[in-house]
Ligand binder design. Structure first.
Ligand SMILES: [Mg+2]
Length: 223
């Protein structure tokens, strides 16, 4: 069973790095936020370059700004029950990321917070994640196969349903982002390019895969 806890007083660092957690993986939300903000910051230029190729080049800076804003309130967020924390993070992302991605990433976290329980098992997490994907699809009036973040989110949901391990799920997310390269964009600014959007990875798919790997690394293996 996957046991998520937002108890920031529980130091999971040793267990995460040595893989010693057996019966459960404890999630330290404050640590997760910090790691996510570090990851996005480290890849901001890459995300910008991807968005420059077929978009307006703002994705890296927008995501970095949003996750730095979340990081600045990491302690306050992690003091909340997990559903409230996720809703607050989503709201913060909507307010700070901007562009087209702000409402979409914000919706993902807000919808997840609406559906998840305070101490979710894998079934609850998987169900909540599925509902969150539906909310993102509705918000973006988009669907799988249109070269968007949904093309990473849906395979990740499938992998959760299949009971895949966190690190397998991270690899699946990376492969799914890579699989957006040959796709033709049908939503968002990249869709204005038509066939010229083919041959470039979708920036939102890439940032989604980065976040999935961050969560997988932080949660670690669950027995
Ligand atoms: Mg953009």
């Amino acid at each position: 069973m996957l046991q998520l806890s937002n108890d920031s007083s529980f130091d999971t660092a040793g267990g995460m790095e040595t893989g010693n957690l057996r019966d459960m993986a404890e999630l330290n939300l404050s640590r997760l936020i910090t790691t996510a903000a570090d990851t996005i910051a480290a890849h901001a230029e890459e995300l910008t370059a991807l968005d420059q190729a077929i978009g307006d080049g703002d994705h890296g800076l927008n995501m970095k700004r949003g996750f730095e804003a979340v990081r600045s309130e990491a302690e306050a967020f992690s003091a909340k029950p997990l559903p409230e924390a996720l809703k607050a993070i989503g709201t913060k992302l909507v307010m700070t990321v901007g562009g087209a991605s702000g409402p979409l990433f914000g919706t993902l976290f807000m919808a997840l917070g609406k559906e998840i329980s305070a101490a979710p098992d894998r079934a609850n997490l998987t169900g909540a994640f599925g509902k969150a994907i539906e909310a993102v699809a509705a918000r973006g009036k988009s669907q799988v196969g249109q070269k968007t973040m949904l093309d990473v989110l849906q395979p990740v949901h499938d992998a959760l349903l299949q009971g895949r391990a966190p690190f397998e799920i991270a690899d699946i997310a990376d492969a799914a982002a890579e699989a957006t390269v040959p796709m033709k964009a049908l939503r968002g600014r990249a869709s204005f390019l038509g066939d010229r959007s083919i041959g470039h990875m979708d920036a939102g798919a890439r940032s989604t895969a980065l976040l999935v790997r961050t969560v997988a690394k932080t949660v670690g293996e669950s027995a």
